[in-house]
Ligand binder design. Structure first.
Ligand code: HEC
Ligand code: HEC
Ligand code: HEC
Ligand code: HEC
Ligand code: HEC
Ligand code: HEC
Length: 407
């Protein structure tokens, strides 16, 4: 097949809409070599890429003006006053290009710069540049100027789950399908690692940094890029979430030594009961069966069986005492509308004011910079994945309270 034929095939594959996308290119491992390396005629060793760098190569397919399914970057980034559109568990990278600023009623100003909103991947063809203030991963030493999609995802998808006990390997059993949607490995067929994430021994392009921890075991629903106005998009996280982040943020795993603001990978214990009772500020009348929110997800104990995790996707059950708080309980993996890649605005006092989201076009305390973060109310709502503000209290405080109920 010539290059035109290949491109037509790829184009055909990519016009399939919605959850029909699942597994059409990588299929849980790498994908057609030509999809990233181009025609072999020009390059017999696969040493060149279709983009000027790895992330630019990924964004050819993973960025779009109206991102669907696996597209995780609104491209080009929306103009001032408009919000990025992807609503995936990982989040839309365009937030790292969105700079917000405001003037408070007392005349003081503030800002929430784009580079605070996410992992600043370097992608020259799309205007993504490395972080200018954090030169290495906080709590670790990963160089910010080398951060790209392949710092975290193995482009060749070599890591695989070979059994239901959490064994990850790179060289046993071929990968039959994606490991992100609940497929179970068999005696002679593995499934890919969750989201093609890299594991132990991985050394990404151009750095001497080596991963010490394997990818987490987790299961996502097939439809995962959607507004959460009606129902939440629940990812069932199993074993290894916080340890995986600690591949680059090594010191933050020992939260109790106060190297980070909060412990991770700790069992919830009695806090599970608080989570289950908490509905909103001032309302602790909830029950476990309705308690889940994707704004504060948790890890299901040390579960490694994808089938067991898949059973949770449609549940709204809150946690049990042996479930765990993880880095992803508070942060997203890619980017968000908030500083520190928060799942919610971790800097302000209020998440709703008088029953509405804050915003520079709101009144009262909703207009104050720490609450509005410089966004219009429509932008704020989009950063909350279009949730109805009526889900919260009239004056809703920080979601730390979902676990601590100090409001
Ligand atoms: C030719 C288009 C194309 C390119 C280039 C591409 N992807 Fe993808 N990617 C897709 C499609 C289509 C899907 C959804 C179907 C699938 O998973 O195969 C996807 C899915 C994914 C997923 C989810 C897979 C899963 O099983 O959960 C990840 C992670 C991902 N891509 C990362 C990357 C990274 C990193 C790069 C660059 C090194 C990249 N992709 C390059 C088309 C592409
Ligand atoms: C710092 C590590 C990191 C970087 C950098 C990164 N990813 Fe991810 N990505 C993750 C993790 C972790 C998840 C799983 C998120 C979850 O389920 O909560 C994920 C999820 C995804 C998904 C599934 C959809 C979603 O957002 O949940 C796709 C597709 C994807 N990544 C592609 C990419 C591409 C393309 C790039 C570069 C433009 C990239 N990632 C950069 C860690 C990373
Ligand atoms: C491959 C290395 C790598 C991995 C894995 C990684 N990070 Fe990072 N992270 C970095 C680097 C480098 C920075 C600093 C540069 C930047 O923010 O763009 C950073 C910055 C951050 C920040 C600060 C953002 C800000 O600007 O305030 C948060 C929060 C964060 N990471 C959370 C996570 C979480 C959660 C995970 C696991 C899902 C994770 N990281 C996995 C490399 C990594
Ligand atoms: C999803 C995108 C993607 C696909 C599909 C892909 N590659 Fe790659 N490949 C990359 C990236 C990105 C690099 C650069 C890695 C780096 O800088 O460390 C790379 C590097 C390589 C290298 C250089 C050595 C190395 O491993 O770093 C070889 C050889 C290679 N690829 C072969 C292949 C072959 C053969 C296929 C098809 C089976 C393939 N690739 C499919 C993205 C891809
Ligand atoms: C209970 C919530 C919570 C958990 C769990 C959590 N964090 Fe954080 N993290 C925060 C808050 C709050 C901040 C400060 C955010 C801000 O205001 O910018 C923060 C900041 C960060 C920063 C930026 C620090 C800096 O010096 O710039 C990084 C990096 C980070 N977290 C990574 C992680 C990693 C990795 C884990 C898991 C090992 C983790 N976090 C677990 C709440 C949490
Ligand atoms: C998913 C539930 C969860 C969320 C959300 C959460 N916490 Fe916690 N928090 C815990 C657990 C569990 C512990 C006890 C950890 C342990 O056993 O050491 C804890 C402990 C603490 C402690 C005691 C510190 C220590 O070192 O023991 C403080 C303070 C705290 N949390 C503050 C916060 C703040 C501030 C936020 C919001 C940014 C937050 N928490 C969000 C679950 C949570």
């Amino acid at each position: 097949m010539g290059i035109t034929g290949i491109l037509t095939t790829i184009a055909l594959i990519l016009t399939t809409a919605g959850s029909g996308w699942a597994e059409k290119f990588h299929g849980g491992h790498t994908g057609a070599c030509e999809g990233c390396h181009g025609s072999r005629g020009a390059d017999t060793n696969y040493t060149s890429l279709l983009g000027p760098d790895p992330s630019s190569t990924c964004l050819r397919c993973h960025g779009a003006p109206n991102p669907q399914a696996h597209q995780i970057a609104t491209e080009p980034a929306p103009a001032r006053g408009l919000a990025p559109k992807a609503m995936t568990p990982g989040g839309d990278f365009a937030y790292v290009k969105k700079n917000y600023s405001w003037v408070n009623t007392n005349g003081t100003g503030g800002s929430s710069p784009g580079e605070r909103h996410g992992h600043n991947i370097v992608a020259a063809a799309y205007g993504y540049v490395g972080d200018s203030t954090l030169h290495v991963s906080p709590g670790g030493s990963y160089p910010a100027q080398s951060l790209s999609c392949i710092s975290c995802h193995d482009p060749h998808g070599n890591y695989r789950l070979v059994d239901v006990y959490g064994t990850i390997a790179t060289d046993i059993n071929p990968i039959g399908e994606s490991g992100s949607y609940g497929a179970v490995p068999t005696a002679n067929g593995a499934v890919g690692s969750y989201r093609l994430l890299a594991g132990k021994g991985y050394q990404a392009g151009g750095t001497s940094h080596v991963f010490a921890h394997d990818p987490p075991i987790a299961v996502a629903p097939k439809e995962y890029n959607r507004p959460e106005s009606g129902r939440d998009t629940r990812v069932a996280y199993g074993k290894g979430v916080s340890k995986w982040c600690a591949n680059c943020h090594e010191a933050f795993l020992q939260g109790s030594s106060m190297s980070h603001v909060h412990p991770s990978d700790a069992e919830l214990g009695p806090i599970a009961g608080v989570y289950n009772n908490y509905i909103k500020s001032g309302d602790l009348s909830g029950i476990q069966a309705n308690a889940y929110t994707s704004l504060v997800p948790f890890q299901t104990t040390e579960t490694t069986d994808p089938q067991q995790l898949a059973a949770e996707l449609t549940s709204s059950n809150g946690p049990n005492p042996d479930d765990r708080v993880t880095c992803l309980s508070c942060h997203r993996a890619h980017a968000s509308g908030w500083d520190g890649i928060g799942r919610w605005n971790m800097k302000g006092t209020f998440i709703t004011v008088g029953g509405e989201y804050p915003g520079i076009d709101a009144g009262g305390k909703g207009k104050e910079g720490e609450n509005s973060t410089g966004k219009l109310r429509t932008e704020y709502k989009a950063a909350m994945y279009n949730r109805d503000p009526a889900q919260f209290a009239t004056f809703q405080r920080q979601l730390c309270n979902k676990c601590h109920a100090r409001d």
